[in-house]
Design a protein around this ligand. Structure first.
Ligand code: SF4
Length: 358
């Protein structure tokens, strides 16, 4: 069976999972080097990060996107972290789009996944990646020969039994899905092949298996093993997992101010049944999604006000709504700006704009 991060129904025992995966927790010294407010609170575990950060020739960062739907703020957070690594370490960033995998695994049409690749691309580049140190590749539109060749080489070192054991695929899925780990490995290893430096993959903990498999094949291809930085799951607005297919659980980058307000109004909190009770006893920030979002997205900590009953949930929701509306208004305006300048990244992206601009 595929490795899963869920060891306990509805909750994740992260330390246990890291141990089971054979990865390491980010310690104080690594956290200091990464110098990011969400390390280690959100980005908490790694493989070989210490070795890769110490590489005298530097390293590259790769972070892909499977574009089946619009991006939500959880995705945005990962790419903001990637941008931080580019700025902090002058790292080359590779942003591949696995739209081909979405077609194979979800049965979506080429037109749909390409349109989504384009929309997601605008969200990612709106974060301000440096065009001189960033390469974008959309598998179904701008796949490079070198990457295809790498995928074939990687696939030649993977057996069906390894892939099945790693991902839990059964015989009745299409043959493209069985091949796809070869393409994922090619995405991860492309910067190493191109620049001769190892890669770091910032990734949700449930995706670590791709990196693990690539680490097994890289030495057989004469390439350095990639490392990763794993993130915890961000809770959905309604308290469970954030999911693109359940719009009420996530705020999307394209949501209107009204939609943001409505979603936050229905968010799960640690409040008490009546305002009177909450003023007397205080709320519980440890189970509260609004509390978590304020901290993670905006660095605002209302623990004291919550515990003392000074703030009621409506106050926190009001602050979060205002901050989120502003953040996404700014993001949407950067999206418009970057769309006009896609050629700075590559002429192919300019061609895509002419085809997919709405
Ligand atoms: Fe959450 Fe704020 Fe309510 Fe406390 S007062 S439970 S932090 S929303």
């Amino acid at each position: 069976m595929a490795m899963t991060a869920y060891d306990v129904e509805g909750e994740v025992d992260y330390e246990k999972v890291v141990k089971k995966f054979g990865a390491s927790l980010i310690d104080d010294s690594l956290a200091k080097k990464l110098d990011h407010p969400l390390v280690p609170e959100l980005f908490f575990a790694h493989r070989d990060l210490d070795k890769i950060l110490a590489n005298p020739k530097g390293f590259a960062v790769i972070s892909g996107r499977g574009p089946s739907m619009n991006m939500h703020i959880g995705h945005l957070l990962i790419f903001k972290f990637v941008k931080h690594l580019q700025d902090k370490f002058n790292a080359f960033v590779f942003l591949p789009f696995s739209d081909d995998e979405k077609l194979l695994a979800r049965g979506l049409t080429i037109e749909h996944v390409l349109q989504m690749s384009y929309e997601n691309l605008l969200d990612m580049l709106a974060l301000g990646f440096d065009p001189k140190k960033t390469e974008v590749m959309i598998d179904l539109a701008t796949l490079k020969q070198e990457v295809y060749n790498l995928s074939i080489e990687a696939a030649s070192h993977m057996t069906m039994s390894t892939v099945k054991a790693a991902f839990g695929f059964s015989d009745d899925v299409n043959i493209g899905i069985h091949f796809y780990p070869g393409m994922q490995a090619a995405h991860i290893l492309y910067p190493t092949k191109k620049l001769g430096v190892p890669t770091i993959v910032p990734i949700g903990i449930d995706q670590d298996v791709f990196v693990k498999l690539t680490r097994d094949v890289a030495p057989k291809m004469g390439l350095a093993k990639p490392g990763d930085i794993m993130s915890k799951f961000l809770p959905g607005l309604t308290g469970g997992k954030m999911s693109s297919s359940k719009p009420e659980t996530a705020i999307f980058t394209t949501d209107t101010p009204d939609a943001i307000k409505k979603k936050i109004a229905n968010a799960f909190t640690g409040g008490l049944p009546t305002a009177k009770e909450q003023r007397e006893k205080g709320g519980n920030p440890d189970v509260c999604v609004v509390y978590k979002y304020l901290r993670i997205f905006f660095g605002i900590d209302v623990r004291k006000q919550c515990r003392s009953g000074t703030y009621l949930c409506g106050d926190c929701k009001g602050i979060l709504t205002k901050e989120m509306q502003k953040m996404l208004k700014d993001h949407q305006s950067e999206r418009v700006k970057v769309e006009k300048n896609l050629e700075k990244f590559s002429p192919e992206l300019g061609d895509l704009r002419n085809k997919f601009k709405k």
